[in-house]
Design a protein around this ligand. Structure first.
Ligand SMILES: [Zn+2]
Length: 305
């Protein structure tokens, strides 16, 4: 996980890394290279509230007078992380994973994994937080950075764009490897947000930006973002079409499709695969090419007549 540091005029950290002793040591080593310590940090800016990106925020606040800045739409995940996580866990346990046809032991494994994220998420006190808004500009490194909403991997994710330099602080929007379209729990009585269609439209908006250098949330900085976007988009459409072909051949139940697309992989890879698969299905449902039916408590997909 990358954390980015601005050393002037203010000491600003963008994303923090996960909360762990190794990560804490890595942060201290990184700061020491600039003769700084955690106590010197003034602002901590969060791209999105996933534990690998904001996890160390509470530790940093305990050792500094810094404030944490996050988009208003992501703030609930920092203010009440346990509650937000529990909502997602409940949706996965009661609805999503059973409808995906996962066996009980697999479900328990996934829930245990997600429970770790919940347990390692520490709340930020409201008086130490500042919320910014989509379309605003944040000052970092003495320049204004535009706050862009980049949903897809997380519905509340923001990236930061600096016009003069063409620098793009991406979070997990543009990565070397396509980020997973994480399935989020529906809010209120609403339908679940289709994440992969959102990701594709965020990709389009990134392609429109004259970006010089992408500073991603994982991996080394890179240029030529349009080539990356083109290849990720092509791969998504290719896999979507493979899925459509499987359904055309008479495979309809979600667990059967999961087996066909991601069978023989580890449980973790299959779980990430399930997010991708739901994404491809969301694309086909959104295009009106498929209909979803619940049969025996399992989601099934059929070509629209
Ligand atoms: Zn990440």
């Amino acid at each position: 996980v990358n954390a980015y540091l601005f050393v002037a005029p203010e000491i600003v950290l963008v994303d923090t890394g996960i909360s762990s002793p190794e990560s804490w040591a890595a942060l201290q080593t990184g700061l020491a290279a600039f003769n700084l310590t955690v106590a010197d940090l003034q602002r901590v800016i969060i791209t999105h509230a996933h534990v690998d990106h904001f996890g160390q925020s509470a530790d940093i606040l305990a050792h500094s007078t810094a404030r944490v800045e996050v988009a208003d739409i992501g703030a609930p995940w920092l203010l009440q992380p346990k509650l937000m996580w529990q909502r997602r866990l409940d949706y996965y346990a009661q609805r999503f994973l059973p409808c995906a046809g996962l066996a009980r032991p697999q479900i328990e494994q996934v829930l245990a994994f997600m429970g770790q994220s919940r347990d390692s998420s520490h709340a930020i006190a409201v008086e130490r937080m500042e919320q910014f808004h989509i379309g605003e500009k944040l000052e970092m490194g003495g320049r204004p950075w535009q706050v862009l909403h980049m949903p897809g991997h997380a519905s509340h994710q923001t990236s930061f764009w600096q016009q003069e330099t063409g620098h793009f602080l991406s979070g997990d929007m543009l990565l070397h490897k396509t980020p997973t379209p994480v399935v989020e729990a529906p809010v209120g009585g609403e339908e679940r947000i289709p994440a992969l269609p959102q990701f594709l439209s965020s990709l389009d908006r990134c392609a429109d930006l004259p970006i010089e250098t992408v500073f991603p949330g994982h991996g080394a900085p890179f240029g030529d973002h349009r080539a990356l976007i083109a290849s990720q988009r092509a791969r998504i459409y290719q896999r979507r079409d493979e899925l459509l072909e499987m359904i055309r051949e008479g495979n309809h139940a979600l667990p059967v499709l999961l087996q066909g697309m991601y069978g023989g992989r580890s449980v973790t890879a299959q779980f990430a695969g399930l997010w991708m698969l739901i994404g491809y299905l969301d694309l086909l449902l959104g295009d009106g090419r498929l209909v979803q039916k619940e049969i025996g408590g399992i989601w099934h997909y059929f070509l629209r007549e």
